[in-house]
Design a protein around this ligand. Sequence first.
Ligand code: DGI
Ligand code: FE
Ligand code: FE
Ligand code: FE
Length: 188
Amino acid sequence: MERSEALAKVKPHLKQERYEHTVRVVDTAVKLSELNGAEKEKVEIAAAFHDYAKYRDKEELERWILKETGLSKDLLQYHHELWHGPVGAYIVKLEYNITDKEILNAITFHTTGRKNMSLTEKIVFLADYIEPGRKFPGVEEVRDAAWKSLNLGCYMALKNTIQFLMSKKQPIYPDTFHAYNDFVTMEK
Ligand code: DGI
Ligand code: FE
Ligand code: FE
Ligand code: FE
């Protein structure tokens, strides 16, 4: 599947602003791929579909997780913002026969990160955080870092996210800590 075909499939499922975010994530992810020697075709598809399930309602997302889908039931103990990645990956596999594990994992873990992320997973995770439309505090520093080193960028994005969630007294999904622990000890 090509970038334009993937984007055309995603578009009807998103609001205009979310679609524009998605296009910027694809562009950013392609740039990060070129810098880091990743497989551009995989990265493009994963980035195009990363927020595919963003506008499914909470009840539908919950039903998918509760079905025998192999999705972690522990997600249900955490904020519903964390559900659209794993459910999105499950649905695109069913609907578009996307079976590449690397693509599906990049969609699944784009919000939380996890331990031992692949190159494709790191790129989609970081592109989602730094795409030029993002405005959150500290994003400029993460952007600068990301163009120097993918691992440094991921480390800073995870650190910011954890600090942000803690400052709001929000729970933090364990995979986010596992990802942080990987990057904090990694050569950057
Ligand atoms: O779908 P997007 O808005 O493009 O971005 P996303 O899928 O990365 O969603 C990020 C939101 O999820 C962000 O507002 C913080 C929130 N969130 C809630 N709990 C956690 C979390 N993010 C991480 N990484 N870990 C959590 O435990
Ligand atoms: Fe998302
Ligand atoms: Fe994100
Ligand atoms: Fe996103």
